[in-house]
Design a binder for this molecule. Sequence first.
Ligand code: ADP
Length: 378
Amino acid sequence: MTESSAVQFDRVSVRYGQVTALRDFSLDVATGETVALLGPSGSGKSTALKALAGFVRPTSGRVLLAGQDVTGVPPHKRGLGVVVQQYALFPHLTVADNIGFGLRARRMRRAESARRVEEMLELVGMERYGRRYPRELSGGQQQRVAIARALAIRPPVLLLDEPLSALDAQLRADMLDELRQLRDELPDIAILYVTHDQTEALTLAHRIAVMRDAELLDLDTAQGLYRQPPSEFTAAFLGGANLLPATVRDANGTVDVGAVTVNAMAPGPLVPGAHVRLAVRPHTIGVRRDGSGLAAVLTGLQWRGANYRLTCLIAGLDEPGGVSVHADVPSVDGLPRVGSPVRVRLPEHGAAVVARAGAASTAGDAGESFPQNLAGVA
Ligand code: ADP
């Protein structure tokens, strides 16, 4: 922990009766930084946010804002900006009054408050909508107002809980661009962004905290986690990597996958002969009718608009039923039909060695951090 952190979770646990929603969670977020809490539904992301906002009381541990312990402080005294999925605007107030709500509560002078509201409307591109009521706005516009309202008090910390998940796909993409821009316009704020959507996390976050089973599993820069995933879970959850069994050939990251040898990125020196997993992104895999590569059978072909997703079953690789991989390719010209033999080509560079966790990792295992649980790292 550092003094300069805007937000600190210090070994926070939250239990609801028998359910542990958050276990021993520690995280620092600096001013100017956006951290995404990314994980599947039920992994504890919202609970972490609620503990910080003061909506739930930690069973143990502390939350700090700018170095001050606020664990027992009521939510309205924490001075945070909060945006949730369902906008939660006041239906009987105009857009301007919604945005100014927190300012009135803080007894800001009328003229100053009006100026601030204008500034916020401009920030979210809603200048002409101040007199409207929430019911007269689209979902995306309502969410912009909710963001403007959260920012009006100039909070040092902005919490966003799945803010785009109620919007349709196109609007979500547009709003994601806007949020990214907003992030860059707000250098004095720390942002904590809860999402189960990897694209949102990769687009917005400086760092991503991957959550699983109520615990923080991996934490790194968005690029770091994507390029060198520390765990199989993160490799698969962030970017849908294939995980292939591999054997280390030399310490620098040369590994064998069946009869094929590739140079992979490794988190540290590897132990020759060790069994590891290789994370390979679907768009880096090539599939051919013949030539070099791993012998496989094409078991599935799906058109996805921009590309085709092929599923190939690679025989052997020390797995009883073979190993199924996904490959995303721009065209299927020259490919045989589903059920026919193919050759799977792995990228010569760019795949990453990750931990080879036990097939059924327990929640306890998940807490062990890399590289301690990485079989084969020296
Ligand atoms: P996420 O935000 O990652 O979807 P949550 O933090 O909402 O996950 O929930 C974590 C776990 O805590 C889940 O198992 C969920 O069912 C449980 N949980 C959340 N809120 C409550 C509550 N108020 N009472 C009981 N269990 C809860």
